[in-house]
Design a protein around this ligand. Structure first.
Ligand code: MV4
Length: 458
């Protein structure tokens, strides 16, 4: 096992990785920006090194600064968390060249999955179901028209370097294709320095369902089941749960088998997430793979009993899955996560500042992952996630009841948070029935408006 690990991240995930290291007896090194001097990841790491000014580009994303800190502290490995440098293949290559183990897949695999169209073709070759669409990137508007006619409208254009919805356009007719092709390509070129596009059949009301996998460095891959992540707004997830009510044990087993075969084939290593869209008929189609630990990993941990971050560290130090997961894994009960963001609950504008009151709920079936504390500050420079509230129960009903009482006991004063929004969602009939898709929040805000107007009349 590693002697010392540097955590190239901040906030709740940096603290989460420190917890895993402490449990494994690994020394920890935090890096921090000038804005994060008083952060808990700095306090609870064994050592901490300031790597630059507040802005991420000058600190957490500064590869030479992070590598210098790793060399000065003489660490064996770097855990990148999520976001920041976690899916940067160049960073993983610099780690390799510096003789520091990057806790994640090899850079070649990260690079393959980062090019969405290449990932799509690799999965197609391995017999993972994909949506009808183009083979490879589209070279011209003429070619796009040909593909669209063979696939049938509506189609969606996506940036091969994309993610998070940028460089995406839904096309409903041949007439509007040239303009939208140009717009998507320009947007992608500006955002990612690569204007290449590919095409898929467009699903109107998809569900977003993703599978967690673990892969060791001896060619073994296991699927740990799915997470339902359809409750989102503007490509920001709000609520995730495991398991999905829409996935049967047969579907789960079939996908597990397919993913094992395909990811062993591409030489995947460490933790990863494979995103699928589910269409109106309940069929699953691969859309992309994330080569990192994800924000919502705790819901999988709660229903499998597996510590995914400890598993990442043990895999990266060479252990086999068979020694990490001795028994066959089963899904136990139901878990739901609410992302608590420092944002206005309706306007979704960031709300940085000092936290005056911070009462964190606990008790049976409740877990809170956070690096915030009373009298602490939420800096304006970073992602607005300040806590993850996770409820586990014997079934979805119990998990929801625990979440509701925990949301009532979570008191944050001094800044706006999304806690009131989550309270509203957990009262909503459509959410409670579990019959939602990625358009849920649009319908929810409509219903809220109607509810408010009805109250106003009374
Ligand atoms: C789609 C789609 C419908 N059909 N692809 C959005 C982000 C990117 N990762 C994939 N996305 C979508 N791809 C096809 N062929 C709808 C979306 C989409 C979406 C997907 C998952 C979760 C939320 C979403 C919100 C809007 C659109």
């Amino acid at each position: 096992m590693f002697r010392k690990v540097l955590i190239a991240n901040r906030g709740e995930i940096a603290l989460r990785v420190i917890c895993a290291c402490k449990e494994l007896g690994i020394r920890t090194v935090a890096v921090y920006s000038e804005a994060d001097r008083n952060s808990l990841h700095v306090r609870f790491a064994d050592e901490a090194i300031c790597i630059g000014p507040p802005r991420s580009a000058e600190s957490y994303l500064n590869v030479p600064a992070v590598i210098s800190a790793a060399e000065i502290a003489d660490v064996d490995a770097i855990h990148p968390g999520y976001g920041l440098l976690s899916e940067n293949a160049n960073f993983a290559e610099v780690c390799r060249a510096s003789n520091i183990k990057f806790i994640g897949p090899p850079p070649e695999v990260t690079r393959l999955m980062g090019e969405k169209e290449k990932a799509r073709q690799a999965m197609k070759k391995a017999k993972v179901p994909i949506l009808p669409g183009s083979d490879g990137v589209i070279q011209s508007v003429e070619e796009a028209l040909e593909w669209a006619k063979s696939v049938g409208f509506p189609v969606i254009l996506k940036a091969t370097a994309g993610g998070g919805g940028r460089g995406m356009r839904v096309v409903r007719s041949a007439e509007e294709l040239p303009g939208l092709f140009q717009a998507a390509s320009t947007e992608a070129a500006n955002a990612f320095g690569n204007g290449s596009l590919y095409m898929e059949k467009f699903i109107e009301r998809p569900r977003h369902i993703e599978f967690q996998i673990l892969a060791d460095e001896h060619g073994n891959v296991i699927s740990l089941g799915e997470r339902e992540c359809s409750i989102q707004r503007r490509h920001q997830k709000l609520i995730e749960e495991a398991p999905s009510l829409q996935v049967t044990q047969k579907m789960r087993d079939d996908i597990a088998k397919t993913l094992k075969r395909s990811l062993e084939h591409v030489g995947y290593q460490n933790a990863g997430t494979i995103e699928f869209l589910m269409d109106e008929d309940g069929k699953l189609y691969f859309i992309e793979m994330n080569t990192r630990i994800q924000v919502e990993h705790p819901v999988t941990e709660m229903v499998t009993g597996i510590d995914l971050v400890k598993a990442q560290l043990r895999i990266a130090s060479g252990e086999k899955l068979s020694s990490i997961l001795p028994e066959p894994t089963t899904i136990r009960g139901h878990a739901i996560e609410c992302r608590i963001n420092a944002e206005h609950p309706e306007k979704f504008t960031p709300s940085a500042g000092k936290i005056n009151v911070f009462n964190v709920p606990g008790g049976n079936g409740i877990r809170v992952d956070t690096a915030q504390y009373a009298e602490g500050v939420v800096p304006p420079y970073y992602d607005s996630l300040i806590a993850k509230l996770i409820a586990h129960g014997k079934d979805r009903e119990e998990a929801m009841a625990r979440m509701q009482r925990a949301l009532d006991m979570f008191v944050v004063e001094g800044i706006f948070t999304t806690i009131p929004l989550h309270r509203g969602i957990f009262r909503d009939e459509e959410f409670r029935e579990g019959k939602f898709d990625t358009k849920f929040m649009e319908r929810y805000f409509e219903r809220e408006k109607e509810r408010r107007e009805a109250d106003g009349i009374q």
